[in-house]
Design a protein around this ligand. Sequence first.
Ligand code: ADP
Ligand code: MG
Length: 265
Amino acid sequence: MKNKNENIIEVKNAKKIYRMGKEKIVAVDDVSFTVKKGEFCCLYGASGSGKSTLLNLMAGIEKLTGGQIIIKGRNIHRMSEKGLAKFRQNSLGFVFQSYNLLNSMTALENVELPLIFKHMNRKRRRRLARQMLINVGLGDRQKHKPKEMSGGQQQRVGIARAFVSNPEIVFADEPTGNLDSKTSKEVMDIIKNMAKANNQTIVMVTHDKDLAEYADRIIHIFDGRIEEIVDLKKEKAIEQEELEPDQELSDAYIEGGVIPAENPG
Ligand code: ADP
Ligand code: MG
């Protein structure tokens, strides 16, 4: 039986150093934190602070210089190339800033792609991909190619593709970075609601404070290090508690006869 509070991702002393000739760039500098299953976690910080590098380390796209990344109890940087590819196919989804859709393919074919890699039969994957497009509000754009859609629509195809194989974790790097603020909010709502419906874990990178606030927890990154971790869920719960004592107090007054609830006459 899986623990509801399990740490689905553990980042332990992660370090990434890029060597450019004689220069060393410490992009991620001894970072440790955990992400719980079903949590929406945001890596927030200025451009160049190391957010994308950290996300890519977590997704097994970049190699660690030091430390460990444990996902679902497995040390992903110890896996074979093939093992890691399989693990990514089965457990991870990705949303990119630049959508990364294949231009020669229709929206439906783009969404189907991860299922082809999983060797799902055509009929089943068509049905799933179609349903995903309907879920993101693009039921009427199945045959459109990326160039025949707006940025927001393209990213909704990107989201449908990331979620179609029902991955446990979705990584998103500035998913609304190319969109206007209204469309950004629509796209964020789709990501958040989709993840919530299936208890999926989201790790999203952004430099935008308003978008970071969609998360349950914000990990502030500065110069490759964690500067602060803000638990928005906890903060909201505390705000809620702070409201409640007033209610209790007034109930006590009524019960204690300080304010008569009803005049017995
Ligand atoms: P962010 O996503 O927060 O904008 P990045 O993770 O992209 O930041 O970059 C962090 C730092 O690492 C930057 O100083 C950047 O120039 C450097 N960097 C990123 N990728 C590479 C690379 N492939 N080679 C060398 N330096 C890199
Ligand atoms: Mg980046």
